[in-house]
Ligand binder design. Sequence first.
Ligand code: SAH
Ligand code: SF4
Length: 367
Amino acid sequence: MSLSTTNSKPDLKDFTLEELTTFVAEMGLKPFRARQIFSWLYRPGITSFSQMTDLSLELREKLAQKTQISVFTPSTLEKSEDGTIKFAFKLKDKALIETVLIPEQDRNTLCVSSQVGCAMGCGFCLTGAMGFKRNLTPSEMVNQVCAAIEYITGKEMGSLDNLVFMGMGEPLANLSNLLSALDILMDQRGLNFSSRKITVSTCGLIPQMEKLGRHSAVNLAISLHAADDKIRDRLMPVNKKYPLNNLLEACRIFPLPKRRRIMIEYVLLKDINDSPEEAALLAKRLRNIRCKINLIPYNETAALPFHKPLQERVEKFQEILWGAGYTVIIRNSRGADISAACGQLAGCKRSPAPHMSVIRADGIVDL
Ligand code: SAH
Ligand code: SF4
């Protein structure tokens, strides 16, 4: 775990259970105390040590003196026509991050951010255009999930079922904090998510993919977006360091649990990577990789010169991959009206669309 703010009291939500055990041992406490405190931290509605009623008053005061518990309250909350909800959170250093809740018929999925901005520089991505500001701490990733659970519970919307690290940032460029956050999210005493319910998406940082695979059995998504190096080099600078052959080989040897597949994400950009030839090449190059393919028609943003492909090109692309035996889904992103769709997260204030309501944290509706 590495923290970006050093002069404040340690935030207990930055610690995995193992790290908390070491931390409380230094305060002269037994390991069972760490388990007790850790499970309090992730119960709904817990915001202060005074609520931890099975700890002595003396210990609660000592913890409050030496440590803190962070809690996220959305600074704004926007609801799309299609039900997608975008939360913005203002961090301690005033940086803004965004988190997107996608309710579906049978499940709720949360799209979690891992960095403020991104250093990877993919030309079509708004987060990339922001540049890199900083890594999120484990607690800043976990608190996005806690806040969404509070919201879902308050609205009686059921449970939070899936987590996808597909928000702002490149999660594998913030690997050690990501691994701590995953440990907290998957700990039975933490948020108790199964590894099957968590997906980490990467632009293709090969050494970090290997480390992630060794650390936990979460699902892996690869932002591929091209089947040949010439196009991928242009779209994603990371390809110059980790070219397609190497990336696809890393996918082939990625330790997948039984019945699991890697998700290949392919954003279709008009007249750039949407040709039938590119589809045929993709089919060839993905051979022997246990995968399913998500085709994502590009979400246009005024700031970037890329366009959505024609619907018939998207369908043709899918047909070619189907013909080669792949599972292929066309994923039309949701929440575009509130800039919550894939690649539209930039944590900046935009002028609201006319049909959009903005609900402030205090429940007041701004229109
Ligand atoms: N950095 C990681 C995690 C972000 S996931 C990664 O790149 O995988 C966000 C996904 O949305 C990525 O697949 C990204 O390529 C895609 N994306 C970015 N801009 C987009 C846009 N305008 N329309 C559709 N998808 C976009
Ligand atoms: Fe970063 Fe992913 Fe956007 Fe590329 S696509 S700039 S890696 S967030």
